[in-house]
Design a protein. Structure first.
Length: 421
């Protein structure tokens, strides 16, 4: 097994997380934050310095690169990670701390001692004693989602180009923007990758292959009321905010909600409300592993809207539903090697992979829907989107080893010769 430069991988990661790339869904700009341009430019420089080919940052901020094959006849494969971080917690002024080695116990974060990564709430910590952990200082998120993926792929490229004896097909690299707000593939045509499969490094822990995701729609529920000065409102005002409140209260809380579901159970999730007396808008996520069940969730919204209209005379409720992404499993069936070769790469490394489902989506969901089968792989991230986020360097090293081994498996697949001398 080729040794991965862990210190160099860590340095890359720490450099990336210090750049604020928080996605901003309040703008239509793409990418939605200037830090994504900044990080993309840095990645272009680093990939060029490593000797990658056709490196560029396109007009939409996406970063592209190519690593030539050293095996003839092997199909090209692609790797993906995203530049942005979640808007749920600020990514400005990230001050990571490195704990090496982790000796066990709760981790008090120095920038805000009230923020504590507790073992009882994070049982994965029990398996991390003796390893190197990277945390936030408690005032921001860390950004391992998905800067761990970026560091893994760049270090994987470095390893492969430094070791020409390692077999590889042609590799296509693409780093996307604004994945966290559902726009990751908005300006990506997967046909440009000219690959048979792709892999995203955007998953938790180690040795997991995400082979199913939710199918997802976004519902925008608009309440149309009548606004008039409160002093003369009797029998005239129709309060859209009140209508929205009735609507949310009528949605199920003990079933079909994120708080009450797990595993393969779907949900409706009202997560954002804005507006006033005249007009009020509510955003609701619809999620289910069974794509057909999204229609059932939408019908429940329509039934609830009718109830509100009957309960609050004069209110009018309209519902617009926008498809977001579909279950990864639907597209992976078209190319079984996408998962089979990932399992084989784990076995060749002496590791056992776990096929897992993810109660969310990745750029891989949309890339698969576009016709490029794209499983999601572990990248050493834990507790993402929060001030308690942390990452494990050894798991990131393991992911980089997996990228190198995946290249070998695809290069040496049935009918492919060994590397050129």
């Amino acid at each position: 097994m080729t040794r991965i430069h862990g210190d160099r991988l860590l340095d890359r990661f720490l450099q990336y997380v210090r750049i604020d790339t928080t996605a901003n869904d309040a703008t239509d700009d793409y990418p939605s934050s200037p830090g994504q341009w900044e990080l993309g430019k840095l990645l272009v420089r680093q990939l060029e310095e490593l000797g990658a080919c056709d490196v560029r940052q396109d007009a939409h901020g996406l970063v592209w690169a190519r690593v030539p094959a050293n095996v003839e006849g092997a199909p090209a494969i692609a790797f993906n990670a995203h530049l942005d971080t979640s808007p749920e917690t600020t990514g400005a002024g990230v001050r990571p701390q490195v704990i090496s080695p982790y000796s066990g116990g709760d981790i008090v974060l120095p920038g805000d001692p009230s923020q504590v990564i507790r073992v009882v709430e994070t049982p994965d910590l029990d398996m991390m004693i003796g390893r190197t952990l990277i945390t936030t200082d408690g005032t921001t998120l860390l950004g391992a989602d998905d800067k761990a993926g970026l560091a893994i792929i760049v270090e994987g490229v470095a390893t492969l180009l430094e070791h020409p004896e390692l077999p590889r097909p042609e590799l296509r690299i693409v780093f996307t923007c604004d994945e966290e707000i559902g726009r990751g593939t908005q300006h990506l045509d997967v046909r440009e990758l000219e690959a048979v499969v792709a892999y995203t490094f955007d998953g938790p822990g180690a040795d997991q292959i995400d082979v199913e995701t939710f199918s997802a729609d976004l519902a925008t529920v608009t309440f149309h009321g009548v606004n008039i000065h409160p002093s003369i409102a009797k029998d005239k005002m129709v309060n859209a905010v009140r209508g929205a409140g009735l609507f949310v209260a009528a949605l199920p809380r003990h079933e079909r909600s994120p708080e009450s579901t797990e595993g393969r159970q779907g949900f409706l999730h009202p997560y954002k409300i804005e507006g006033g007396v005249g007009t009020c808008r509510l955003s609701v996520l619809l999620r289910d592993f069974d794509t057909e069940c999204l229609d059932d969730h939408a019908e429940l919204l329509r039934t609830t809207a009718s109830q509100v209209e009957r309960s609050l005379p004069g209110i009018r409720v309209t519902i617009d539903i926008e498809p977001q992404y579909r279950n990864l499993a639907d597209g992976l069936r078209r190319e079984p090697r996408a998962v089979d070769y990932a399992l084989a790469a784990h076995r060749r490394l002496g590791r056992k992979a776990k096929l897992s489902i993810i109660r969310g989506g990745t750029d891989g969901s949309l890339m698969t829907e576009q016709g490029l089968p794209t499983p999601n792989l572990s990248s050493g991230q834990h507790t993402p989107h929060s001030k308690l986020e942390w990452a494990c360097l050894e798991e990131m090293i393991a992911a980089t080893e997996l990228m190198v081994e995946l290249a070998a498996v695809w290069a040496e697949g049935e009918g492919n010769p060994k590397p050129e001398e």
